[in-house]
Design a protein around this ligand. Structure first.
Ligand code: SAM
Length: 253
């Protein structure tokens, strides 16, 4: 988790390329598929709340949950400075509290749903359904693995205001039978001439498309709407690129 204790460097390294376009897609998904009138949105693993301003500008109320106190404090402070009334919750997404919510839309971005087994994923879907309005959407960005034979390594450098962050993302398989892995994130930072390295690891489980579909069906709480590439409803779904899966909470029978 170490990398998630440094929100300033995280934000330089991983801020979205085009938050307006990405939220255009989320909003179009709501218009197309949601059966709940969306007003209150909930981000799991919210980090630096990268879409906060954009949600607010569009009239939505934002709530973000994260396990890192530094991330929560950073995002809370960002909202305060901008006069945005939002809620930030320190907590573990695997243990969602029934007192949260209700929300009309939930989402994770950059694959930030850290569950370690099918059982935990099913439990998560059950708990999340308890917080969502019937017919509300759950959007999962980069959670399902579409590339089966791939080493999942990336690195890039970004700079802002005298700070350079070189980021290395890599996946280390732990147990091929349990399909578990460690997600490593390394920031090599130069902050106004001072060099240091920040590294963090979060354990999680791989979910492939067909097992994901089975688990969603087994949960009984959500229906599968579709998977989409690169924030587009028309782009072909190919193994590479960024995938958003859309689920909808089932309405009571
Ligand atoms: C890759 S970052 C994503 C942040 C943000 N959603 C974004 O798109 O930039 C993952 C976030 O998930 C948080 N996280 C990791 N495990 C968690 C857990 N079990 N419960 C809640 N948050 C968790 C980390 O602290 C980190 O802020």
């Amino acid at each position: 988790m170490e990398a998630y204790l440094h929100p300033h460097y995280y934000e330089i390294a991983l801020a979205p390329d085009d938050p307006v376009r990405e939220l255009d897609f989320f909003e179009a998904a709501i218009a197309k598929f949601s059966r709940a009138k969306a007003h209150r949105v909930f981000e799991l693993g919210a980090g630096t709340a990268p879409y906060l301003e954009e949600w607010h500008r569009r009239g939505y109320t934002y709530c973000g949950l994260d396990l890192s106190p530094a991330m929560i404090e950073f995002s809370r402070d960002k909202a305060r400075r901008q006069g945005i009334d939002a809620c930030f919750v320190l907590g573990d997404m695997r243990d969602l509290d029934r007192d949260l919510g209700p929300f009309d839309l939930a989402y994770v971005s950059l694959g930030s749903l850290y569950v370690r087994s099918n059982r935990e994923f099913l439990d998560h879907l059950g708990r999340l359904a308890g917080l969502l309005a019937p017919g509300g959407l759950y959007l999962l960005d980069s959670f399902v693995w579409f590339r089966i034979f791939h080493d999942y390594k990336r690195s890039w450098t970004r700079r802002r205001g005298g700070v350079r962050v070189h980021t290395r993302y890599r996946v280390e398989m732990l147990d091929p039978v349990a399909q578990t892995y460690n997600e490593w994130l390394t920031f090599t930072v130069n902050d106004h001439g001072k060099d240091f390295i920040i590294e963090g690891r979060v354990p999680a489980k791989v979910f492939f498309p067909q097992e994901f579909l089975c688990l969603v069906e087994l949960s009984g709480r959500f229906e599968f709407v579709g998977w989409y590439s690169d924030f587009s409803f028309t782009a072909e779904v190919k193994p590479d690129g960024r995938h958003v899966v859309i689920l909808r909470k089932r309405q009571a029978l």
